[in-house]
Design a protein around this ligand. Structure first.
Ligand code: PLP
Length: 390
């Protein structure tokens, strides 16, 4: 699309990348390619693999559009896709680990990632040590001879600790250790993982890229040095999303910046309002000074999104919380986030953390702010908070 080499802003870029009207009879959007077999013209072409595409598992033009677009906004050498965010996490880990290796995993990690480590990686002889997400440069003391990978997530799922990413990636780089970050919350628009030294970056496209709670998608980007290993695992596994989901993700890309900015301002307004409610003792949101690692968010991130947690006064109990959450009118109760609708879940990290204590000081809920009228959302929460006293 671009007529000159002048760099364009990301907002402009999001409207141009991942499509090529000239090869689409002028139509604005790329068509959906579905396919397994690719036909070769001659025996010579077939035997020498002389074709842009060779077989469906390797990708299609639809998949390439999404991969290339995501690489561009991520500042990455390449992207591979996965049918889910969890699939993307496992792809990334399999790209850097082998039997006998040691993995350093943040204790704040998305819980299914922890389960993949326990149920799968350990079975294949990977040794895992969990570390305090706030460890920073202290990570160097946990590195062993066989440490090959450090996995980060910033901010932490549910608990929102923001890690000092550059402190960790700098040490990893000096020791020849690969770093992977789960960047789902910030997306490449609000945190440039590769610029901050990460080798691989994972995005659950299920969340903001999809944006409508109607698709599952994972993306992993790599820097130049790690790209061949990532692409190899992807080619070996042959696990890729369907064409329709890639098309929906490309559609989501066009409005990603608008939706993120809206999520940001709504979540900030709601979090500020919640902080004033007498039932709330703390807001866990990276843009709030109370949040562990707030200073790293301020230094390294360029925005915040629509997911944060709230700590309730310890005088409320789980019966009161159930009374609140069972009767919400707008907030649905369910996992995932990044869609157009508001969601809430109760959570308790103490049930699965292994090296850090989780003592937030009261019961905790996580909110995903949707696109409903903010006054309606506040009223739903206000009524809910009133139901906490039982
Ligand atoms: C949702 C999520 C995932 C997994 O994505 P799915 O597509 O639901 O498998 C991974 N990491 C984080 C931080 C998530 O929030």
């Amino acid at each position: 699309m671009k007529q000159s080499d002048t760099p364009v802003s990301i907002d402009t870029s999001l409207t141009q990348i991942g499509r090529d009207p000239k090869s689409q009879y002028g139509f604005v959007n790329a068509p959906i390619y579905r396919g397994s077999t690719v036909i070769f013209d001659t025996v010579e072409d077939l035997q020498n693999g002389r074709a842009r595409y060779h077989y469906g598992t390797e990708g299609t033009p639809t998949i390439s559009h999404l991969e290339n677009a995501w690489s561009e906004i991520s500042g990455a050498a390449g992207t591979v896709l996965s049918p889910s965010g969890l699939g993307a996490v496992s792809l990334a880990l399999m790209a850097t680990l082998k039997s006998g290796d040691h993995l350093l995993m943040t204790d704040s990690v998305y819980r299914p990632t922890r389960e993949f480590c326990r149920d799968f990686l350990e079975r294949f002889g990977v040794e895992i040590t969990y570390y305090d997400p706030m460890v920073g440069a202290g990570i160097s003391e946990l590195i062993k001879e066989n440490t090959s990978t450090i996995f980060l997530e910033a901010p932490g799922s549910q608990s929102f600790e923001v890690q000092d990413v550059p402190a960790i990636t700098e040490i990893a780089k000096a020791r020849g250790i690969k770093t992977i970050i789960d960047n789902t919350w910030a997306t490449p628009l609000f945190f440039k993982a590769h610029e901050h030294g990460c080798d691989l970056s994972v995005e659950a496209g299920t969340k903001y890229l999809g944006g409508h709670s109607d698709l599952l998608m994972g993306l992993v980007t790599a820097n130049e040095e790690t790209w061949p290993a990532l692409r190899k695992v992807y080619d070996n596994l042959g696990m890729l999303p369907g064409a329709e989901d890639c098309f929906l993700a490309l559609r989501g890309l066009r409005t990603l910046h608008i939706r993120l900015k809206e999520a940001q301002s709504r979540a900030l307004e709601l979090a500020n309002w919640l902080q004033e409610q007498p039932e709330v003792i703390k807001i866990l949101h990276p843009a709030f000074p109370d949040c562990p690692g707030h200073e790293f968010w301020k230094r390294d991130f360029t925005g915040s999104t629509g997911l944060f947690s709230v700590v309730l006064d310890p005088k409320y109990n789980s019966t009161g919380l159930a009374n609140m959450l069972d009767n919400m009118r707008i907030f649905g109760m369910g996992y995932s986030w990044g869609g157009f609708e508001s969601l809430v879940i109760p959570f308790d990290c103490s049930s699965y953390r292994t090296v850090t204590d989780w003592n937030p000081g009261g019961l905790t809920i996580r909110l995903q702010v949707g696109l409903e009228d903010l006054e309606d959302i506040k009223q739903d929460l206000r009524d809910g908070l009133d139901r906490l006293s039982v």
